[in-house]
Design a protein around this ligand. Sequence first.
Ligand SMILES: Cc1ncc(COP(=O)(O)O)c(C=O)c1O
Length: 382
Amino acid sequence: MARLGTETAFEVLVKARALEAKGRDIVHLEIGEPDFDTPDNIIEAACDALHDGFTHYGPSAGMPQLRETIAQYVSATRQIEVVPEEVVVVPGGKPIIFFTILALVEEGDEVIYPNPGFPIYESMINFLGATAVPIRLREEMDFRLDPAELGGLINERTKLIILNSPQNPTGGVLTKTDLEEVARAIGNRDIMVLTDEIYSRLIFEGEHHSIMSLPGMKDRCILLDGFSKTYAMTGWRMGYGVMRADLAAHISRLMTNSNSCTASFTQVAGIEALRGPQGSVDEMCAKFKQRRDVMVAGLNQVTGFSCRSPKGAFYVFPNIRETGWQSKKLADILLEEAGVAALSGTAFGDFGEGYLRFSVANSIENIEKALDRVGGWVKNNL
Ligand SMILES: Cc1ncc(COP(=O)(O)O)c(C=O)c1O
């Protein structure tokens, strides 16, 4: 158990709430979830489903109608042919990380994962006694990985490569050329790819590309996507994986052994989410873009901070090296003294040192308040 890591966002949230309980006013920029409500049509579908009796167990891999809907959605968005047997519905995107690593990785294997990156990857790799091999995401490359560097990390022990685009915590987005080079670096080797595309609909510039769309890659990939970020449904707990049917059968057995199934009425609402009007997704994305612009411009005015403009997701990842502070210490003191909850870059791995992560899933008013507070604190203390 000592090898299992955690997700610091939840710990900082608890700390921030404790300060609030003492009467402090805190601007929450730590947690990674849309501040918008789930669209009404989806909520209505769930309420109707509850009244219609979708309150029972369902198949471990997900309801056939939802698997079919997801297969169609992924076929259309990734320009590949996906059948329902290749889809497993799970409670959130996270279980796909857990189950994939559990199913594919053994002690002694190597797994290449992005660093800074979503902390659960490294946690799960370590938990299984495998070797976590970080591929460093560099600011000067807009936090895209360098495929040549990735090629240099691959060896005969490499079992799995994890990609994440748009990326948490940096907002980096991989280009089609990046993905083609990654596919070339893998070549014919017996390596699987977990492609975490949970932010695929939150892109501000250009378009989303999936490595799964490239010739010959579909059968090597496990696609992770879901409803949490796209439809502001984090608390509903529903996501999915798309993978070869034989692997999907194993992941379904892991579901049978752990959760039995994803909640039935939420799955009915999931069908509405994918088939119903998509305007709310575009609106939400436009709002995140506006907020990103305010946040990036504001942070670049703060002495010692410099911030690139992320191309997707809803985070900004400023470089704070010039402040002379370590990331964790700066994040802690900004919470305690300035009332702004952010995360240390090191919450996302060792290569996050020198950075902070701010979520822009908050109102422009609160973002401006946070900028005033951070700017004020820096002016008075540095
Ligand atoms: C990169 C990445 N993958 C997966 C997840 C998990 O999403 P879910 O809440 O659907 O489990 C998150 C959530 O923050 C994430 O940032």
